[in-house]
Design a protein around this ligand. Structure first.
Ligand code: IDP
Ligand code: MG
Length: 132
């Protein structure tokens, strides 16, 4: 996902360009807005964390761009490509180093395992919205 503050700042096109240039193939993509309920469900794993309420408000606060991406070793490569959660710790050249504003408002989300990628792709897309 491209997160709300990055979409609002007009960074979507640049981020999509970088994703493609890094060798990821876009299999599905949509601009959408998550309700509080949907954002809460997406981040349910963080329910007990102190920042959960803030995270749900932020992620439902404006449009996001959701994508399903394909690449060999996609999950690990995408996490490396976006950089550390906190932009202060993100490596040079990463999406978060370039676009993140803070540890919370950090421009992009990337799935953390193949299993969660499958769950998160199904959260955003019907099978008919994913190209073969
Ligand atoms: P990740 O997005 O790099 O996988 P996670 O630890 O899974 O990082 O956290 C999910 C999201 O929750 C982060 O991307 C960020 O938006 C938010 N978040 C994480 N830690 C904090 C924090 O300490 N304060 C505020 N928001 C946070
Ligand atoms: Mg995570």
């Amino acid at each position: 996902m491209i997160k709300p503050e990055a979409v609002a700042a007009g960074h979507s096109g640049k981020i999509i360009d970088m994703i493609i240039a890094a060798g990821f193939k876009i299999k599905a993509m949509k601009l959408t807005k998550l309700s509080k309920e949907r954002a809460g469900e997406f981040y349910e794993v963080h329910k007990e964390r102190p920042f959960y309420g803030e995270l749900v408000a932020y992620m439902s606060g404006g449009p996001i761009v959701a994508m399903a991406l394909e690449k060999d070793n996609a999950v690990a490569d995408f996490r490396k490509f976006i950089g550390a959660t906190d932009p202060a710790e993100a490596a040079e050249g990463t999406i978060r180093k370039r676009f993140a504003k803070s540890k919370g408002e950090n421009a992009v989300h990337g799935s953390d395992s193949d299993e969660n990628a499958a769950i998160e792709i199904a959260f955003h897309f019907a099978d008919s919205e994913i190209v073969g």
